[in-house]
Design a protein around this ligand. Structure first.
Ligand SMILES: C[S@@+](CC[C@H](N)C(=O)[O-])C[C@H]1O[C@@H](n2cnc3c(N)ncnc32)[C@H](O)[C@@H]1O
Length: 432
């Protein structure tokens, strides 16, 4: 077990972060960063500081969270929200405004998108309120400022930017009529006291948080979300999280690409059975996953760069690298070993790299390829996700993960990743 196990346990306990979902190296990097910033002489000294200081605990959480988000992420879900909101409002007949929760809201793109979607659906300001919660005070500070750069605007349909933003030096500022509909507060989904004084919400958005939890923590998270969603309300989740809800007493409302669920009237007997983060699929033959879809140019390159791997060969130990030049040399070694079909050595070199240096997306990407060619599809997906955690636009990781999703029948998920990869390629082309 890693010497950092106590930090992993702390983060799991406090925010639900599962080390297996993001990888040890990412948490170790955050711990190293905090050690340096806090001027702790070693990990023991940092641990003592951490357990004695609420501020330091928050700083470590900030160093490890993934605030990745953008406006109108999964656009269909916002269209669905607009339609459902109009119906719900008619049922309420003016008794109260609609209540909507965005948790986690990160830097505000999601709750502001909710408000814009409701305006687009014809709602008046007094007809709805959006409450937005996140564990990160730094993200909430940015959300309250409401000023966004180009990374927050990723789709092809950016008409909403003309309607709801004004241009400022730093980017685009969301208009007051949208800001005024959203209130922000710090909160932890795993805190049993979170929002207990509030009545349940008509619509709850909880997207791209539960994927970072282990199974038991996901179950706790879903229990909290069920409590927060009215019996006649709707819970919107992320595309990778749908398989979790079926056995938790909720059912899809059946609108494609919306990832929206209701409480089920006839709960299945096993609704509280243990659920898994991703469907457990039998390993797919690599060739099937490769042929399953046409891939963007980056993917084709990536695949042709790794020859079919031959039987494992004895590992030739490299001299321990000591500086950045050595890190680059080790990366070259990994590529060479992989290209020569020496998969065991390539994997050992990747492990060696992650022990010695800051984790980089490229190494996780190679580990993904190595797992894929050995038939370990679930492992490969995990590594590609780790690469994308570090570098959300890593083109080859996007393409490989898209191919795997498509091979498993998740065509929508695959298409989203392909589009994301294509956007990156276009951007690169424009920059050139
Ligand atoms: C990837 S963002 C998702 C934002 C948005 N829902 C979306 O899908 O675009 C994940 C967010 O979860 C927050 N977070 C992590 N653990 C949390 C917890 N236990 N409770 C509340 N928020 C948490 C992080 O601060 C981060 O802003």
């Amino acid at each position: 077990m890693s010497e950092d196990a106590r930090f992993f346990a702390f983060l799991k306990n406090r925010i639900g972060l599962d080390v297996a979902s993001v990888g040890e190296a990412i948490i170790e990097r955050a711990v190293r960063q905090r050690c340096l910033s806090a001027k702790a002489s070693d990990h023991d000294a940092y641990w003592q500081l951490l357990i004695a200081s609420a501020d330091e605990q928050q700083a470590l959480i900030e160093a490890v969270i993934v605030p990745e988000t953008w406006f109108f992420r999964y656009p269909e879900s916002f269209g669905t929200l607009g339609k459902l909101a109009a119906t719900r409002l008619a049922q309420l007949n003016g008794v109260r405004p609609l209540r909507i929760l965005s948790l986690p809201c990160s830097t505000g793109e999601e709750p502001y998108s909710i408000a814009m979607a409701l305006f687009d659906a014809g709602l008046q300001p007094q007809q709805f309120k959006v409450e937005a919660v996140d564990i990160s005070p730094m993200s909430l500070q940015r959300a309250r400022q409401g000023v966004y750069g180009k990374n927050s605007f990723r789709g092809s349909d950016l008409g909403f930017r003309e309607r709801y933003f004004s241009h400022v030096d730093e980017g685009y500022r969301v208009e007051d009529r949208v800001r005024e509909r959203v209130s922000f507060q710090v909160g932890n989904l795993l805190d049993p006291g979170l929002l207990v004084a509030q009545s349940a919400y008509d619509f709850v958005f909880c997207r791209n948080l539960l994927i970072y939890f282990d199974v038991d923590t996901q179950k706790r998270g879903f229990e909290a979300l069920k409590r927060m969603t009215r019996d006649d309300g709707v819970l919107f989740i992320g595309p990778a999280e749908g398989s979790l809800l079926g056995r938790m007493g909720m059912a899809s409302i059946g609108i494609a690409q919306s990832f929206a669920f209701r409480h089920r009237a006839d709960p299945m007997p096993d609704q509280l059975a243990v659920v898994t983060a991703t469907p457990v699929l039998p390993p797919l033959p690599v060739e099937r996953s490769r042929q399953a879809m046409s891939l963007p140019p980056g993917a084709a390159r990536a695949r042709s760069s790794v020859r079919p791997f031959t039987a494992p060969q004895p590992l030739t130990r490299a001299t321990p690298p000591a500086d950045v030049g050595d890190a680059a040399a080790l990366l070259d070694d990994i590529r060479r070993l992989a290209n020569e079909g020496k998969s065991a050595e390539a994997k050992a070199a990747c492990d060696q790299y992650l022990k010695r240096y800051e984790p980089v997306a490229r190494v996780f990407y190679w580990l993904g390829l190595l797992s894929e060619v050995s038939g370990d599809v679930a492992g490969a997906q995990g590594f590609y996700r780790k690469a994308l955690y570090l570098e959300p636009q890593h083109p080859e990781a996007l393409a490989q993960l898209a191919a795997l999703l498509a091979a498993q029948g998740d065509v929508a998920g695959a298409r989203r990743l392909q589009e994301r990869a294509a956007r990156g390629v276009n951007k690169e082309g424009r920059n050139r």
